[in-house]
Design a protein around this ligand. Structure first.
Ligand SMILES: C[S@@+](CC[C@H](N)C(=O)[O-])C[C@H]1O[C@@H](n2cnc3c(N)ncnc32)[C@H](O)[C@@H]1O
Length: 251
């Protein structure tokens, strides 16, 4: 590295240490990581709330199953992951979600009439993939079932960046991607109910039958982050876990 490049690097590190966006993202990451409950508790609650005796669970994007998949209480559990992030990749189907749903549709994996009581969408965190994963999950959902999504509530614009590899951003290694956009699309869809538990980076929940709240009236045709930030609660229908329980149990 020549002198000029080295000096620029030092300058950029020095700036990051005092930059308000870096400080803000750091504090918000810490706050978010400390929130409870985590996705696992919310998923287990929803599965139990269905009242179904023998439940079927699908997880799209698993990484290390010890972190969530292994702790899910369901009668039958299926896991899908192409193995991008975790070399061992001990899953049932080493496929992308698109490949899995295509093979499910044609009966090449499981059976065409398989229906899931809960599908946890936590694969590729980009808007178009999230939207497709939700659409396909709804297609194979059992009556009264849920689609659950991780990372729907990015605390800053850097967390909501498109490129995970841009780790010099103020959010550093933390990444919610553009999942929120896929979820927000369904927040505007009158065919479903959707809310987001304000914990563990935003746990989005979609149901075709359980009234989780009214559709969003927030206008954000270009899916701009600043609009999400200004109307965060209304955009995502942010609720506490206690509020979610109230909505689910009362029905
Ligand atoms: C955030 S991790 C999943 C974390 C896990 N669900 C948990 O709760 O601990 C995202 C995973 O999605 C996987 N992934 C990436 N692209 C995918 C795709 N197109 N379809 C399915 N999974 C994908 C990655 O390999 C990675 O293991």
């Amino acid at each position: 590295m020549n002198y000029r490049k080295a000096r620029l690097k030092v300058e950029s590190i020095k700036r990051a240490l005092t930059d308000e966006h870096h400080m803000d993202a750091l504090m918000k990451s810490e706050t978010e990581a400390a929130k409870r409950p985590i996705r696992t508790d919310i998923i287990n609650f929803l599965l139990e709330s269905t009242g179904v005796k023998e439940t079927t669970y699908l997880e799209i994007g698993v990484r290390n199953p010890a972190h969530n998949f292994d702790k899910i209480r369901a009668t039958r559990k299926y896991s899908v992951d192409p193995g991008v992030e975790f070399r061992e990749n001990p899953v049932d189907f080493k496929l992308t979600s698109d490949e899995f749903f295509e093979q499910l549709r044609t009966g090449k994996v499981l059976t065409k009439d398989t229906r899931f009581d809960l599908v946890f969408v936590d694969g590729l965190h980009l808007a178009d993939q999230t939207e497709r994963d939700i659409r396909h999950a709804l297609e194979f959902l059992a009556p009264g079932g849920y689609v659950v999504l991780h990372d729907c509530n990015p605390p800053t614009e850097s967390h909501a960046r498109e490129d995970y590899m841009y780790r010099a951003s103020p959010a550093l290694d933390f990444w919610s991607g553009t999942t929120w956009k896929g979820f927000f699309k369904y927040r505007k869809d009158p065919q479903v109910f959707a809310c987001c538990v304000d914990s563990d980076w935003g746990v989005g929940i979609i149901s075709q039958t359980v009234d989780l709240g009214p559709v969003s009236t927030v206008e954000n045709p270009f899916y701009e982050y600043h609009v999400l930030n200004q109307f965060r609660k209304e955009s995502l229908n942010l609720v506490s876990f206690e509020e979610l329980k109230g909505r689910v149990i009362r029905q």
